[in-house]
Design a protein around this ligand. Structure first.
Ligand code: ADP
Ligand code: NA
Length: 327
């Protein structure tokens, strides 16, 4: 039986956080034998807001290294950089000819992001979900592992695929969101009612995958908690519950077991254990990232062969689209 296809990507718009790691990368690695997977560093998406070009280039490469160091085997997964496969840009234009202004105007992520920027918001931020639809549809993707904030974008990709298939003939597989059961949602360390994001203004709000041990310890020790003094996973203790989630995802323990383990034990000891668990989890990964980045020829072989494999599939889909459209 043919393996199902998975596609996902992360923007190199900031350094990756433990939210990206525990909520995405770690789960992706667990799926690599069961699925045919395409994982992309979506550098074109990152350009929707102004980037320093040298930093963007370096971060894009670093993120490929982080994908590999997180356990994604470049032989089992197609790991590539979005801009290396020009079919994404062309398919995005073609799909935009079938996407309504009204559909894009309803995207809540655009509404949120554009409110912050105001008048000078780029038109690319508005059409971003069309590029995301192209990313997904080019690979005959069955499943897209994403957070709940991306569900509306997947819905649009589905609508565009169905519209095109109906207007012409079956061209695209209709993708579905993949909500894994292990997909932890990691929250902001300072405002634990928000998800942890690499685009937060306050660096104490997140732990980066590449943060050194002393920085990890400091950020976890400063994480906002409460004055109840019990390590309990519940709605009225969002800060503590988030730290329990982090520990539970790393240690593979149930939140209930962690509650029992810390019965009668104070927050200081609990936080220091969470910090040590993170340090232990991330240190080998960080060492691997550094080794990979020192090995330029190996890194190049990964993203070049990734782009080749991705282009082969993407170009086939693009040619189908072009033919049906009279190009
Ligand atoms: P960010 O908000 O940091 O910019 P992205 O939107 O680029 O993150 O998300 C990339 C991937 O990482 C997605 O699959 C998303 O669901 C996952 N992800 C990002 N932040 C978190 C988080 N705080 N908890 C769990 N998963 C997350
Ligand atoms: Na984002």
């Amino acid at each position: 039986e043919k393996k199902k296809v998975i596609f996902s990507g992360i923007q190199p718009s900031g350094d990756l956080t433990i939210g990206n790691y525990l909520g995405a990368l770690k789960n992706w690695a667990a799926l690599q034998d069961e699925y045919e997977s395409y994982y992309c560093v979506v550098d074109l998406h990152a350009l929707t807001v102004r980037q320093d070009s040298a930093e963007l280039r370096a971060r894009t490469l670093k993120n490929i290294a982080i994908y590999v160091a997180s356990g994604l085997d470049p032989k089992k997964n197609t790991l590539f950089i979005q801009s290396h496969v020009p079919a994404h840009s062309e398919a995005s234009w073609l799909l935009s000819c079938f996407c309504y202004m009204g559909e894009l105007s309803r995207m809540t992520q655009f509404k949120d992001k554009s409110q912050k920027v105001g008048e000078s918001v780029s038109s690319a931020l508005f059409t971003y979900p069309v590029l995301m639809a192209a990313d997904i549809l080019l690979y005959n993707t069955d499943l897209v592992p994403v957070g709940s904030d991306q569900k509306q974008h997947i819905e649009l990709a589905r609508d565009l695929a169905i519209r095109f298939n109906n207007l012409y003939s079956p061209t695209f597989t209709i993708p579905e969101p993949y909500i894994g059961d292990t997909g932890a949602r990691i929250m902001d360390l300072q405002e634990p009612d928000k998800k942890m994001s690499k685009s937060a203004d306050n660096p104490n709000a997140y732990v980066l995958i590449m943060d050194p041990p002393d920085v990890i310890r400091r950020k976890i020790s400063r994480a906002v908690t409460d004055d109840l003094g019990v390590v309990k996973y519940n709605e009225s203790q969002p800060g503590i519950s988030n730290l329990i989630s982090i520990l539970s995802t790393i240690a593979g323990k149930k939140p209930e077991d962690i509650e029992k383990e810390y019965d009668g034990i104070g927050y200081a000891k609990f936080k220091s254990d969470v910090a040590e668990a993170l340090v232990e989890e991330l240190q080998p990964l960080q060492n691997t990232v550094k080794q990979l980045l020192d090995d330029k020829p190996y890194m190049e072989s990964i993203y070049k062969s990734g782009a080749e494999k991705a282009s082969y599939v993407a170009n086939k889909t693009l040619r189908k689209m072009q033919k049906k459209l009279g190009l």
